[in-house]
Ligand binder design. Structure first.
Ligand SMILES: Nc1ncnc2c1ncn2[C@@H]1O[C@H](COP(=O)(O)OP(=O)(O)OP(=O)(O)O)[C@@H](O)[C@H]1O
Length: 689
């Protein structure tokens, strides 16, 4: 078929020959790529600040400073501003805390020797110097970008070369355009000759998909490049029709993509020339493991692969090191850097006062941070309760978590973006990648389970060179996490103190509202029950009418139910692993009870975060294994093709070969010959020779 023929030819053209072959004859300056690189090498600058030029003018602290005090004299800039109402608390942090809160300038060294490094970039590079075509430059002006951000300066030239890339830069620093610009430029320079999808961008959440899609559309607005969004929760039929038309760029979440691969005839990934994993560490973690394996196997070998994230896990680095083709690493920030103009604050929750958390959050939101606030909780249940509670207090609040339908999620996000609500209470579903204009404050009801989660949550503010603030509630058991955050902080971290009488006042208020909260929840339960029985009735009615059977069943890779089951199984396993720790068991059990005190609710939140963190730590302690290697004997069409003379993807090989020899080889690291070829130390780490 015509498409197939084009696919193999196109894929070949797009690989190594790209940089010179395509430019030949198109540009007077044939070796623009080389000259550009030479220019950059002459003008190298190390990435230190991550300001977005052009918007750096916004960099003013919206510092009300009313109830902030310096921790143990580390920073006293706010001393004068203390509000009468919120006086200093004498026995605030003890000397141990002073130590915790002293900023450490240490940065995590996450460099990995497998990569060619391109983290140093030409600081003087402008969009005009990037050899982008006119329609794309026009779009850049239209969206209001004046200067490229550091990650864009570093990544666009590399992306244009067609090289594999692993890029890490702080939240809100413009990673989306950093991958979208080279992608669009390459599509403009090599227009399509048949209706196939050539670029696939994978994202972990639906909301992020919608956002990336909108950036792609804006940047492609003066070109004929077509884009398509395939994420869960949106209409399947119209997505199918759009996919059949072969859009140039497809932005998708893994689950929905696999659904289409199974159910949309004629839709396949063999023509994918560029694969991008946004929030790469999330995309390659256990949750998406199976789906990613399936997707990557279906993409052509001759593709360019680009991984982007604000945080990178060891596993991603390991996997990328062996799976990308001569990858270039662009680490503009340290792995756990928060945004440059973020002010980080912590409110101490005293031992046995865990139940104060809701009161503290209510006080902060009523008195100090009244609008453009995102408040993160660990569990959906807590998010929902907080949503009801804050609503009853009279605040304009919305919620965003997995318990809601997609349309509810989008509607609440829209209302927050449009300033119809002031506060968005969310779980980690909203922690990654979402670019909501002007979020001033992020509040963490409990500390998240890992520093990485923390970085992504607080990354919803202080974006695009603006300032922002995070306020995290820290109980006794979360101090370890606080220590880690402080260790990697580049600017001072502050303690915020609320006077006890204020907390008491809000505690009282909440206990008075308890009955109303129960009533709202009861009403909701009844409504749900009613809706469920109505749905059952209508299905039954349809069956009677004979219309239900006419619809063919869709094949799902993993149904919602299966996914829920596997998650709860994982949790149960972890519970088992913790057996003996009575306190935990009791809380977990209590967490399942319907009526909880605020104290217990908060403990339950923290425990959930801790259980997650401990599970992750346990996984890390295990000897490294080829986590993505699972036996799969059924060759896909793509594999069969590759088997016949075609080269097999390095990713495919690494991800699917489970022979004991391969595993041994993988664990041992690169062979002597490979190490020599890669210019590494010839000895294997740990070898006695
Ligand atoms: N060159 C630029 N000049 C001005 N603003 C920019 C530029 N590039 C991106 N932005 C803006 O910066 C904001 C953050 O960009 P983006 O969402 O791509 O960040 P990110 O690095 O992907 O963040 P996260 O890690 O949270 O996903 C967006 O509002 C975007 O419009």
């Amino acid at each position: 078929c015509v498409c197939k023929k084009f696919g193999s030819r196109g894929a070949k053209d797009f690989n190594n020959d790209f940089e010179f072959g395509e430019r030949d004859g198109l540009n007077d300056d044939d070796d623009w790529v080389m000259s550009d690189i030479m220019k950059q090498l002459k003008n190298k600058k190390s990435a230190e600040s991550d300001t977005i030029e052009g918007s750096a003018g916004n960099n003013q602290e919206h510092d009300d400073g009313d109830d902030v005090k310096p921790p143990g004299g580390v920073d006293d800039e706010d001393n004068d501003d203390d509000d009468d109402e919120e006086e200093e608390d004498e026995d605030e942090f003890d000397s141990g805390d002073e130590e915790i809160l002293t900023k450490s300038g240490e940065l995590l060294d996450v460099l990995c020797s497998f990569y060619e490094d391109a983290s140093q970039y030409n600081d003087k590079l402008t969009f005009g110097d990037m050899n982008l075509s006119r329609p794309i430059l026009k779009a850049i002006t239209a969206v209001g970008f004046k200067q490229p951000t550091p990650i864009q300066k570093a990544c666009v030239p590399v992306g244009l070369l067609g090289r594999d890339l692993c890029a890490c830069a702080a939240t809100g620093t413009g990673k989306t355009a950093a991958f979208m610009l080279p992608v669009l430029e390459r599509l403009v320079y090599k227009p399509r000759t048949s209706q196939v999808t050539r670029v696939l961008v994978l994202v972990p959440t639906r909301e992020l998909g919608i956002q990336v899609h909108s950036v792609a559309r804006q940047l492609a607005q003066f070109t004929s490049i077509t884009t398509c969004l395939a994420v869960g929760g949106l209409d399947l039929k119209s997505q199918e029709a759009a996919l059949r038309a072969g859009p140039d760029v497809l932005i998708a979440t893994p689950g929905r993509l696999i659904d289409h691969l199974h159910n949309t005839p004629s839709f396949e990934l063999t023509h994918i020339e560029i694969l991008i994993l946004d929030e790469a560490d999330r995309m390659l973690d256990e949750y998406f493991e199976e789906q990613m394996k399936e997707i990557i196997r279906m993409c052509s070998y001759n593709r360019q692969t680009m991984l982007f994230s604000a945080t990178m896990s060891e596993e991603v680095k390991d996997l990328a090191a062996v799976s990308l083709k001569q990858p270039i690493r662009v680490f503009v920030n340290s792995n756990t850097d928060v945004a440059p103009f973020l002010r980080q604050e912590f409110v101490r929750i005293r031992p046995n006062r865990e139940g104060d958390r809701e009161a503290v959050v209510a006080a902060l939101l009523t008195r100090t941070f009244q609008d453009h606030v995102m408040c993160f909780t660990q569990t959906r249940k807590q998010a929902h309760r907080l949503h009801i509670l804050l609503g009853l207090i009279g605040l304009k609040v919305g919620e965003l978590h997995g318990e809601l339908s997609q349309s509810q999620r989008l509607e609440n996000l829209r209302r927050f973006k449009d300033d119809q609500i002031d506060i968005l209470v969310a779980t980690d579903v909203a922690a990654r990648g979402l670019d909501i204009d002007g979020v001033k404050t992020v509040i963490n009801f409990t500390m998240p389970s890992t520093v990485k989660h923390y970085v992504h949550r607080v990354g919803r503010t202080a974006r695009a060179g603006r300032s922002g603030r995070s306020v995290s509630l820290v109980g006794e058991s979360e101090r370890k996490m606080l220590k880690e955050v402080v260790k990697s902080a580049k600017t001072s971290v502050k303690a915020r103190v609320l006077p006890p009488e204020v907390i008491l006042k809000f505690r009282d208020l909440i206990s008075k509202l308890e009955k109303d909260i129960d009533a709202v929840m009861k009403l909701e339960r009844e409504e749900r029950a009613l809706a469920a029985s109505e749905a059952k009735l209508s299905v039954a009615q349809k069956r009677l009418d004979g219309s239900a059977s006419s619809q063919s069943q869709r094949v799902w890779f993993q149904t919602q139910q299966e996914r829920k089951q596997s998650l709860s199984k994982a949790l149960q396993e972890f519970d088992l692993a913790l057996r003996g720790k009575k306190k935990r068991e009791k809380f977990v059990k209590d967490g399942r009870r319907k009526e909880l005190t605020s104290e217990e609710r908060a403990q339950f939140e923290i425990l959930k975060a801790q259980m997650f963190a401990e599970r992750a730590a346990k996984r890390d302690r295990r000897p490294k294994r080829a986590r993505a290697m699972v036996e799969d004997d059924t060759p896909t069409a793509a594999n069969q093709k590759a088997g016949k003379g075609g080269r097999k993807s390095v990713f495919d090989k690494e991800l699917t070969n489970t022979s004991s020899k391969a595993l041994k080889h993988y664990r041992a690291g690169p062979s002597f010959t490979d190490r020599k070829r890669l210019g590494l130390d010839r000895k294997r780490p740990g070898s006695s020779r």
